[in-house]
Design a protein around this ligand. Structure first.
Ligand code: OFO
Length: 167
């Protein structure tokens, strides 16, 4: 049994993860619309991973016999100034998610909730990886500096990304 404060915070995190999924799905559509199908594929994989993150919290609440409460998902933007801008926004968003996860860890510590604390360790590692992936692509996009050839090569590379279920 979890404390109500923790149940509420975990339900809020389900919403944060579903918004992440929605944001990356919107980016996948935008990249597709400007002919960068490899970038679109990368975002589509990201979208699927985010739904897995939401389901990890969903399954944890349900395993603990606690209620899952789904809330309205806010509307994401649907266009960006450039691929670099989209990835800078992605990194900014992931930094926000990292802060959310850190707040959940602080709450678990405050409530002496060992089970939730342990469950959250996976997310701490995941956030390090997610931010690093975004930084790597941002660095390449800065090097490319809008060159069509460079974008074409990176698009081919991002087309290789494959989805591996995380639940
Ligand atoms: Fe992008 O890690 Fe979940 O939100």
């Amino acid at each position: 049994m979890l404390k109500k404060e923790m149940v509420d915070a975990l339900n809020k995190q389900i919403n944060e993860e579903l918004y992440s999924a929605y944001l990356y799905l919107s980016m996948a559509a935008w990249f597709d619309s400007i002919g960068l199908n490899g970038f679109s594929n990368w975002m589509m994989v990201q979208y699927k991973e985010e739904t897995d993150h939401a389901m990890k919290f969903f399954n944890y609440l349900s395993q603990q016999g606690e209620p899952v409460k789904l809330m309205a998902i806010k509307e994401p933007p649907n266009s960006w100034e450039s691929p670099l801008h989209a990835f800078e926004e992605t990194l900014k968003h992931e930094q926000h998610i990292t802060a959310c996860i850190n707040e959940l860890v602080d709450l678990a510590e405050k409530l002496k909730d060992r089970a939730t604390y342990n469950m959250l360790q996976w997310f701490i590692d995941e956030q390090v990886e997610e931010e690093a992936n975004d930084r790597e692509i941002i660095d390449i996009l800065k090097l490319i500096d809008g060159s069509k050839n460079g974008l074409f090569m990176l698009d081919r590379e991002l087309a290789q990304r494959q989805y591996t279920p995380e639940i």
